[in-house]
Write a protein that binds this ligand. Structure first.
Ligand SMILES: Nc1nc2c(c(=O)[nH]1)N[C@H]1C(S)=C(S)[C@@H](COP(=O)(O)OP(=O)(O)OC[C@H]3O[C@@H](n4cnc5c(N)ncnc54)[C@H](O)[C@@H]3O)O[C@H]1N2
Ligand code: MOO
Length: 909
């Protein structure tokens, strides 16, 4: 559903004495309200609906009515779902509260709920829930238990959109609804015979395996930048779907099912890559012909680019290519690529209602989907966004040898490092199966390996091609920070007696940062947040898995699960097996019959291995001997190649096992880490909390302008806390009150002051003067700006005092404030830096911090310009003789702090 069309506003009101929190941590208390919200927002159980209001009240008639009236009178919600307070106990008053305000009753809804609930349990008759209409809002009482509330919502969910339309009396919308409903019926398309006659399906993929280079060329040819009338780039809308009957959804809550990691992961990869168009996660589509037709149709009507994962290999439920080709008459540019992982990657275009649609059909294995997003989708999106570099490739030295190569050219997850001016790459783990998301852990690049047909091994020290999938980590930070000649000059530590600060000391950047972050005293408490919205946060404790993945032994291939007798008796002649059962995506594990010798089960990728079977033979290595008269099933097959014991089986917990440590403390969460957590049902995480920042521009409009620049720098760095930007005038009588307010509610205060170096004018002076708290300063350092740590009534604040020059503010923000903030939210890497040279002389004297442009040229990072518009780094000029100004030539070693997302090579998050 297009989010634009999410027109139905839903309010979820939990009524309970026990689950009403005294603090604001509603979600952990209120599980039924939370579940309803999830069902609506994540699983789209009510078409076009989104939860906009969410609250808890006690079982108090007046309080319930107050909330109901507030939400309904102000038209905040179209549908109000209450949960709880519908039983027989004296405190249960939700139906009475509802009865007291509704103007019309809607007994059909309550009756439908009752009928269905009675089928589940006779106890349902003990519910007194009612429903009705107040003003233009439909109010429905649901029970308080999580299970019952969910079940009851599902009973009425499909009728709600139409009910809302009728209540609103919006004739036009109602007509549209009917039209839409009818057009959906029309989509009931005929399922082609190639789908129903399973025994006749292809036993070899009809798609040639093209090379990665050819695939990229095709994608590039199809990528055309679109402009608006004002010559601005138009960013196409992207819709993302996961497909698969085995995947969790509202009808298939996760018991032995596979959690959908891919749709969110792909969406977050686009976000991380700063894709500017709108991106919508459509959730899961069933492996069902008509559902696929319907969802693709909806996507074509709303999006320009459609991305799917799953359903592209050789199984009978792998329908994606067929639906696109047979039903929509799309053009399949390629349906397989000679690569590992990601071989069944498919790229399709379509002219739909005179508009071009591009469809990226990625494989379902989570690693394959992630790698292919990097290798196909992101390059396409970068191209149509007018970005310069579409694949972020580098050359790096292999730190170890590689002895086993795959026949397919492979993209291994690996770590790329910059050390002592050289780039290195190493694989972190050998276990790189395409289902195993853990192989992404700690990786920041894809190492490209040649096919074993070309060479058998690779020596350590070989220069390899890599493709970055994250910003460069572990750059040469230590050298820069500890370097003796890299002192930050003019740094004064204010003595305890607070005399005029004339005892100047020289500290290195490292010492300065250490000074600011002393004793960890600025790390705030942790908070628990939903995993799906935790991108960029750092976890504050290791996370262990409470589940096995896969939860049952599962097939790696589409083919046949057999009992292979490994006694040397396998002959080339009589290997006919009888097909006695079917295990496909969505088949319940543990309900299958035992496979005995010479019998087999037709099985699809990811489906449970029936008991007794000990290997899977891929469909390509088989042929049909006999089939049923209607050709819908094979009766016997011939196995053409001797299998190996345990071949093509993923055993229980082989990707992740119960109790295994998934993420270490201080791990920063990106799309893959989040996918990993979600793959084992870890839906919330404990993370370092972001501080609240108050930027105080002092006195002038110039200061206000600079504060906006600063705010943008913080946001660009992914700062997720609150930033308040509020001017403050010294003449105001309310100054004292404002100060108190700021101290109490903010953690960090950044003052933009014109006289930053003069302590008599600095905030420290003001603070002392106004609050008479002379003895509470911890330390003050001033380095063309000041940092003050202040403890007031047990609450700690940090002050930064900045001058009013936008260049200086830019530099200090990157050199001091951002590292400090990154530290305070648990990030390991607080500053990114490299030691390099300049490709040009800069004969004029430059100040000791100089904005510059860093580029990747001929296998090296090099400074190519100074003070330009598109600067992406700060050169720390080595004024080693303690000079303020210095010239730069091409021989000088430069210490460079990376400040910006450079399109030519950096991806930042
Ligand atoms: N006989 C053959 N079998 C397979 C071949 C082949 O050439 N011949 N190719 C294999 C390769 S390589 C890949 S990759 C996979 C791709 O399969 P599909 O794209 O059809 O994907 P599915 O079968 O739907 O799923 C594969 C696997 O991934 C899990 N999955 C799927 N979607 C998700 C999701 N959104 N979140 C988490 N996990 C997901 C699914 O449960 C399966 O285990 O095919 C091989 N088979
Ligand atoms: O190509 Mo698949 O991704 O090997 O697993």
């Amino acid at each position: 559903m297009n989010p634009k069309h999410k027109t139905i506003k839903v309010g979820v009101l939990t009524v309970s004495d026990t689950r009403t929190p005294s603090n604001s941590d509603t979600e952990t208390f209120d599980s039924s309200g939370h579940e309803l919200k999830e069902l609506i927002n994540r699983f789209n159980v009510i078409e076009s609906a989104t939860v906009v209001e969410y609250d808890c009240v006690t079982d108090d008639l007046e309080k319930i009515q107050e909330k109901m009236i507030e939400w309904c009178s102000e038209r905040k919600v179209d549908v109000l779902l209450s949960t709880g307070g519908t039983g027989f106990s004296p405190r249960d008053v939700t139906p009475e509260a509802t009865l007291g305000i509704v103007q019309k009753l809607t007994p059909g809804i309550s009756q439908a709920i009752m009928n269905e609930s009675l089928k589940i349990t006779p106890m349902a008759m003990l519910s007194r829930a009612i429903s009705g209409i107040y003003k233009k809002t439909l109010i429905i009482n649901l029970p308080g238990s999580v299970k019952a509330a969910k079940e009851c919502l599902l009973v009425v969910a499909s009728a709600i959109p139409h009910a809302v339309t009728l209540i609103k009396d919006e004739k036009e919308i109602s007509k549209q609804f009917h039209d839409q409903f009818n057009s959906k019926k029309d989509i009931q398309s005929k399922v082609p015979e190639c789908v129903t006659k399973v025994a006749c399906r292809h036993r070899e993929s009809p798609y040639p395996k093209i090379s990665m280079a050819s695939a990229l060329t095709i994608i590039k040819e199809q990528a055309v930048i679109q402009y608006t009338k004002n010559y601005k780039i138009m960013y196409p809308t992207v819709w993302i779907y996961s497909t698969g009957d085995e995947l969790e959804n509202n009808k298939n809550p996760c018991h032995n099912c596979i959690r959908d990691t891919n749709s969110l992961m792909i969406k977050q990869l686009l976000e991380q890559d700063n894709y500017k168009g709108s991106v919508f996660n459509g959730g899961v589509i069933r492996d069902n012909w008509n559902d696929l037709c319907k969802q693709f149709e909806e996507a074509f009507n709303n999006a320009d680019i459609i991305v799917t994962s799953g359903g592209v290999s050789m199984g009978e439920k792998d329908l994606i290519k067929l639906v696109l080709q047979e039903h929509f008459k799309c053009y399949i540019h390629f349906g397989r690529v000679n690569m590992k992982p990601g071989m069944p990657s498919t790229f399709v275009t379509l002219n739909y209602k005179d508009k071009k649609k591009c469809i990226f059909c990625l494989p379902g294995n989570p690693v394959s989907a992630g790698v292919c997003t990097h290798l196909f989708l992101l390059p396409y999106l970068r191209l149509i966004s007018g970005r310069k570099s579409i694949v972020h490739s580098f050359k790096a030295k292999l730190t170890h040898c590689i002895n086993e190569l795959d026949v397919r050219p492979e993209f291994k997850r690996a770590l790329f490092k910059y050390e002592n001016g050289e780039f290195y790459v190493s694989c972190l783990t050998n276990n790189q199966q395409s289902s195993r998301l853990l192989s992404f852990l700690g990786a920041n690049c894809l190492l490209t390996l040649p096919s074993s047909k070309k060479q058998t091994s690779i020596k350590a020290g070989t220069i390899m091609d890599i493709i970055l999938i994250k910003s460069i980590e572990n750059t040469d930070v230590s050298a820069l920070l500890f370097s003796r000649d890299l002192q930050v000059k003019n740094l004064r530590v204010r003595p305890e007696d607070k005399c005029k600060p004339d005892n100047t000391v020289c500290l290195s950047l490292k010492e300065t940062l250490d000074f600011m972050t002393q004793k960890n005293e600025f790390i705030l408490k942790s908070e628990n947040i939903p995993t799906s919205s935790a991108m960029g946060y750092v976890i504050d404790a290791p996370v262990y898995s409470s589940e096995n993945l896969p939860p049952y032994p599962a097939s790696i291939k589409d083919g046949y699960a057999i009992k292979y007798v490994c006694d040397g008796s396998w002959s080339q002649k009589n290997n006919i097996f009888e097909v006695v059962q079917v295990s496909v995506a969505g088949t319940e594990p543990g309900c299958q019959e035992k496979i005995s010798e010479k019998k087999c089960a037709r099985i699809s990728t990811g489906a449970p291995i029936p008991p007794g079977a000990n290997c899977v033979v891929q469909v390509e290595d088989t042929s049909v001997i006999s089939k049923s008269p209607d050709e819908t099933i094979e009766l016997t097959i011939d196995i053409l190649k001797e299998p190996q014991l345990h071949e093509n089986i993923r055993f229980i917990g082989s990707d992740i096992s119960v109790g295994q440590c998934l993420l270490d403390e201080k791990c920063q969460l990106g799309p893959f880490e989040i996918a990993l957590l979600r793959s084992v049902g870890c839906e919330s995480v404990s993370v370092y909390k972001y501080p609240t920042i108050h930027i105080l521009p002092y006195f002038s409009n110039l200061a206000c302008g600079i504060s906006i620049i600063l705010e943008n720098i913080l946001k660009q760095d992914g700062f997720k806390g609150k930033i308040i930007c509020h001017s403050f005038f010294k003449s105001s009588n309310e100054l004292l009150e404002l100060y108190r307010n700021v101290f109490e509610h903010r953690d960090i205060i950044i003052i933009i002051n014109y006289d930053y170096d003069n302590f008599n004018f600095s905030p420290s002076f003001d603070i002392e003067k106004h609050l008479s708290i002379k003895s509470t300063f911890h330390n003050i350092i001033s380095l063309e700006f000041g940092i003050i740590k202040l403890e007031l009534e047990k609450k700690r604040n940090v002050f930064f005092n900045l001058g009013m020059d936008s260049n200086l503010v830019y530099n200090y923000a990157h050199l001091f404030i951002l590292p400090f903030l990154r530290f305070s939210v648990g990030k390991k890497q607080q500053i990114s830096s490299v030691i390099t040279k300049s490709s040009i002389d800069l004969p004029i004297s430059v100040y000791r911090y100089m904005g510059a442009k860093l580029d990747y040229k001929d296998g090296d990072l090099i400074v190519t310009g100074f003070g330009l518009k598109d600067e992406n780094c700060i050169v720390l000029n080595q004024a080693s003789q303690a000079k303020d100004f210095n010239t730069i030539d091409t021989t000088a070693k430069l210490n460079v702090v990376i400040t910006e997302n450079s399109d030519s090579y950096f991806i930042h998050y």
